[in-house]
Design a protein around this ligand. Structure first.
Ligand code: IMP
Ligand code: MG
Length: 177
C-alpha cells in the first residue's frame, strides 16, 4: 500500500445527499425500463448507491457491466480506450444510462457512448459522479452529474490510484502527486 496524504473533498454524507438527488432527477426524466451500463472498475461503488437511489425514486432499472481502460498505473490518461470485458446484454433498442466515476478528457465516456450507438441503443444518456472540465479533450458533457471539481487527482469511493484507495468512504484529493 502506497500511503499518500489526502484532503477530503466530499465526505460520505455529502456524497449520499447528492446521489439521492441524482436518483430523483434520473427517475423523473428516464423510462422505467432503463438499462444501466456501469463502466468498471472506477464506478462500481457509485453505481451501487445510484441504482438504489433510482429505485427509491420509483424507477426499475436493469444493470450490466463493461470494463474499459484508458489509464495505466499512473495519474495521466494513456489515450486509447480499450474494452477489457464486454457487456452481456444486447443494447439494441434500449434506453441506456452509462455510469462512470469521472469525466476528464472525455475519451472513456465518448468511446462508451459511440459503442452503444453503434450497437443501436435507442437512447444513450450519461451519468458521471465527478467532472474535471479543465482536462477536457473531446466535446462531451454529462447528462447527469454529481460534482464538478478542479483539475486534481482524486481517490476513494471507487476511484483508484494504481488500483488502491477504492474502499475509502469519502472522495479525497491526493496532495503529493
Ligand atoms: P477520461 O477518459 O480522460 O475522461 O478519463 C476518465 C477515466 O479516467 C475515468 O473512468 C477514471 O477511471 C480515470 N480518472 C480520471 N481522473 C481520475 C482521478 O482523478 N482519479 C482516479 N481516476 C481518474
Ligand atoms: Mg480508473
Amino acid at each position: 500500500m502506497i500511503k499518500k496524504n489526502l484532503d477530503v473533498l466530499f465526505d460520505a454524507e455529502e456524497i449520499k445527499i447528492r446521489i439521492e438527488a441524482l436518483g430523483e432527477e434520473i427517475a423523473s426524466n428516464e423510462p422505467n425500463d432503463l438499462l444501466i451500463v456501469v463502466i468498471l472498475k472506477g464506478s462500481f461503488v457509485f453505481a451501487a448507491d445510484l441504482i438504489r437511489a433510482i429505485q427509491k425514486a420509483g424507477i426499475f432499472a436493469r444493470v450490466d457491466f463493461i470494463t474499459l481502460s484508458s489509464y495505466g498505473d499512473g495519474t495521466e490518461s494513456a489515450g486509447a480506450v480499450r474494452i477489457i470485458h464486454d457487456l452481456s446484454e444486447d443494447v439494441r433498442g434500449q434506453t441506456v444510462l452509462l455510469v462512470d466515476d469521472i469525466l476528464e478528457s472525455g475519451r472513456t465516456i465518448s468511446f462508451a457512448r459511440n459503442l452503444m450507438r453503434d450497437r443501436k441503443a435507442k437512447h444513450v444518456k450519461t451519468c458521471l459522479l465527478l467532472d474535471k472540465p479543465g482536462k477536457r479533450v473531446l466535446d462531451i458533457e454529462a447528462d447527469y452529474l454529481g460534482f464538478e471539481i478542479d483539475d486534481r487527482f482524486v481517490v476513494g469511493y471507487g476511484l483508484d490510484l494504481a488500483n488502491q484507495y477504492r474502499g475509502l468512504p469519502f472522495i479525497g484529493s491526493v496532495k503529493d502527486c
